[in-house]
Design a protein around this ligand. Sequence first.
Ligand code: ZN
Length: 175
Amino acid sequence: MSMRNGFDAGGGDDHEDDEDRDDGATAGPVEDDGESCPLCGFFNSPAVGDTCSHHRAWVWDDVVEGSPVYDEFAMAWSDFSELASNAEDVAEFADNALGLAESLSLPDALVAYAHWENAPLDVFVELSGAAVGEGWTVSGPLGGTGYCVYLESDERAHAATDGYRALLAAIDPGR
Ligand SMILES: [Zn+2]
């Protein structure tokens, strides 16, 4: 995943790592009907509802099927991102938001990742510390490709959601 660090804020863009590129050959997801949870090893098949307790989101052909903790995060992030995108002066908005984040003891990253070109799931993974599965594919006319996202604890995800809500409330109290 590549993140857009929209406002040049918060500790520089150190997300250039491009995952670990395989040396050519057998890269990419394997043909299967699910994948193993990186945390507990349980074989997750979200299409038939067979998932472990760490499962938080399922991406299939770029459509995200989220859990409540992800959906709440995505909503708060989208509201903040939209506000940032619609600001008359984006740089001024970012400065203001960073100042608010500091006064509320919130991480700069919340503001830095508000760029509208980011996918909320990528931001979720980054801010919540989620683990991403290896992915799998299903061939044939009804096939596709996907992966899941897993969390040991929802603590950081909730903190990020609450952080966006606190910023929204501070910037736009009328919401
Ligand atoms: Zn698990």
